[in-house]
Design a protein around this ligand. Structure first.
Ligand code: ASP
Ligand code: MG
Length: 412
């Protein structure tokens, strides 16, 4: 039998009613002739509640016990989903990560999947079981301890199962009906995309689109797992949602697939640093060691051997960055007159694999921003992305203007 992976997120299993609704969809796919692996998240809000309990025990908790606690939400939904399916006469049973087994690294709270044993589940399918309900987000370390994969990790569980079992597709059921050209909350003309390429989705996920965990997209791209994102609340439709797929499967490649934004950016400028070999290493080494996620970097031209170095990082890492720079200055590794932190900025990006073949995409973006009188503070580009840092108060205007400029209301 061909295998289908179906993943249900927290809002899709938030109540017994919703679990029943999800189970019906599973039943339909069984009737369509699939052996189904269902990956479930914890009921909406459950994981946050469990994390809160752990936080209350004290600031220096044992990460192994954190994982033991926060992984438990998925165990509940897995059991309830299996019971609901059995009630509908669908042969099903639940599996916790260690039972499969889902073997992971020992990096508690952010473990990576090393291997998934397929034997146990396949032999049950062989005996007539139709649905394996697997608790997402969790696995077992080489030491035999329970691990979790980081927040949003059930997406990664689902894709890893689809790859390991050679599933025909991995359907991710969530509370939105697909991937949009931009956030519909700030741009009324946003459109749902029928298809998006892995690489585009990867960029959008890393830029903060919350619909899929970034690692799940990485994995899908590597193993060429066809991913479909769709809503568990809409009526059933074979072509629902957005298919995340290989770029060869997309016939019409627009220059730009989507516009993304991030509010939580800060622009940091080190004024008057010595322009000498090794200066970038002396600045960004300590920042990396301090765990600062530097994104954009600009080094200005120098005058009389001094230059300004600008970089961006998440707003909640500004203090950490300042400490790291202060420390490097005191240790005599770098010298600068001042570190200026501008927290009233945001990042707006356009993403599209079509950029590789369409010339002038970046300049079209810059003209659109000029027409709105928006000043650009920092620019970075990659093969399929152009990002700009601008004043935060212009964020929505910029997103809307770019959406118009690239004709995204006609996408989908
Ligand atoms: N329940 C976990 C979380 O809230 C994992 C997941 O739902 O993907 O992060
Ligand atoms: Mg999620």
């Amino acid at each position: 039998m061909p295998i289908l992976v179906m993943k249900f997120g927290g809002t899709s299993v938030a109540t017994l009613d919703r679990i029943r609704r999800a189970a019906k969809r599973v039943g339909r796919e069984v009737a369509n002739g699939y052996d189904v692996i269902v990956i479930v998240s914890a009921m909406a809000g459950e994981t946050n509640k469990l994390v809160g309990f752990v936080d209350e025990t004290g600031p220096f908790f044992d990460a192994r016990e954190y994982d033991a606690v926060v992984s438990s939400g998925e165990n509940v939904t897995a059991g309830l989903m299996a019971l609901t399916l059995q009630e509908m006469d669908v042969p099903a049973r639940s599996w916790q990560g260690w039972q499969v087994p889902v073997e992971t690294t020992s990096a508690h709270a952010s473990a990576r999947i090393d291997a998934i044993g397929t034997e146990n589940i396949l032999s049950k399918f062989g005996e007539g079981m139709k649905v394996a309900v697997v608790a997402g987000f969790q696995g077992v370390s080489p030491e035999g301890r329970i691990t979790t994969l980081g927040r949003g990790g059930s997406d990664t569980t689902a894709v890893a199962f689809a790859a390991a079992f050679g599933a025909v597709r991995c359907d991710i059921y969530t509370d939105v009906d697909g991937v949009y050209t931009t956030d519909p909350r700030i741009c009324g003309k946003a459109r749902k995309l029928d298809r998006i390429a892995f690489e585009e989705m990867l960029e959008l996920a890393s830029l903060g689109a919350k619909v899929l965990q970034t690692r799940s997209v990485e994995l899908a791209m590597r193993f060429k797992v066809r991913l479909r994102v769709l809503s568990s609340f809409d009526e059933f439709d074979e072509n629902a949602g957005t298919l995340v797929c290989d770029e060869e499967d997309i016939v019409e490649k627009n220059a730009v697939a989507g516009v993304a934004y991030s509010r939580d950016e800060a622009k940091m400028t080190l004024l008057s640093v010595a322009d000498r070999p090794g200066i970038a290493a002396a600045i960004f080494g300590p920042l990396a060691e301090a765990g600062v996620n530097v994104d954009m970097i600009v080094q200005n031209i120098s005058e009389e051997g001094r230059t300004d170095m600008t970089f961006s990082c998440p707003t909640n890492q500004v203090v950490r960055a300042e400490k790291a720079m202060q420390g490097a200055k005191e240790a005599g590794e770098i010298n600068y007159s001042e570190l200026v932190a501008d927290q009233d900025v945001c990042k707006v990006s356009i993403v599209g694999i079509g950029m590789r073949s369409h010339a002038g995409v970046a300049s079209k973006m810059f003209s659109a921003l000029r027409d709105e009188n928006i000043n650009i503070k920092v620019i970075t580009t990659s093969e399929i992305k152009v990002s700009v840092l601008i004043d935060r108060k212009y964020m929505e205007l910029a997103v809307q203007a770019l959406h118009d400029t690239f004709g995204l209301e006609r996408a989908g």
